[in-house]
Design a protein around this ligand. Sequence first.
Ligand SMILES: [Zn+2]
Length: 326
Amino acid sequence: MKNIQLIIKDNCPTEYVEIIKFYWELNDETLEFTNKPKGVRSKFNIEQPKLNKIIQPNSAITFYLHCKNCNSYEFIEVNSQSTFNILFKSYNSSRNIFKCKHCEEIANLEKQKEQERERQERLLELDKAVDEKRWMNLNSFQYELLHLCLTKSFSELKKHYWSKLGENRYGKLFHELKVLAKMDLLEIDVDPWNGRIKAFQYYSRMKENFIYNPAKTETTAYHQDFERRETSQLRLTLTIDKSKFHPDSPKYAGLVKFKQRIVIEPDVEYSFAQWERSGDNLYFVLTPIDEIYPAPNQTPIVRVPTSLQDGIRDFLESINPENGDW
Ligand SMILES: [Zn+2]
């Protein structure tokens, strides 16, 4: 920062000159203003709006800032202390490297080009999914969901699945939307703060090529029933093997038969918990985090956002073997 100069406009009323000089008084060493606006207001007994009307149209401070990027000096003019302070702070901060307008423009253009390139790459991935007719690999729930995504708004979709799945299984909607996105059949906007899906978009070629024909897929009564009997939660009671004689034989052993098909998917984050209860039996549960609360994939439980930690704790409390139906 160099050549700091106070400019008083030629047509400035003379009675303002003293106020203006007082307002812009600058410590040459620290580059801090000697008089804060509050001090100016009380010395001359004026309100802030009046002070603005005196300072802004009639005066300015000009200086040059060095652009390290192209090694040039950029002329700057500011007409309030606050604008000066903000610029000065950012100019001196180690993170914010000052760029002149020219360099800023070039940087913006490069950023745009980069975004465009990323978009083109993304379109190639979406194209590939259409070309491969990847929806043929979906189960009937996902197939119908994709169809509804192409024909309904997000709010209609949520309403539909809220009534279809009920409160307890509602999280399945968000989990499956993420599966569709991973398969490049859909694009989702995820809130980086809480991992919730804010919106979804489909690719126009997807809509043009996708054919929804549920009769040809597995939506027979048998499969509908099968799907209803499908769960992504594993609950297991590990019983003590009372006949354990040898120290090397397992402590817990037994047979188990599940009433529902249990689907455990790769690349999905699960929350697990285990309780020791009466009779020394062990209770074990494994649940996808998305089904508890649609949230980002993070570990371990202490590092997930508080809302999610609460969600998991509430959830674990609700399925605690002492309360729940095992
Ligand atoms: Zn520059």
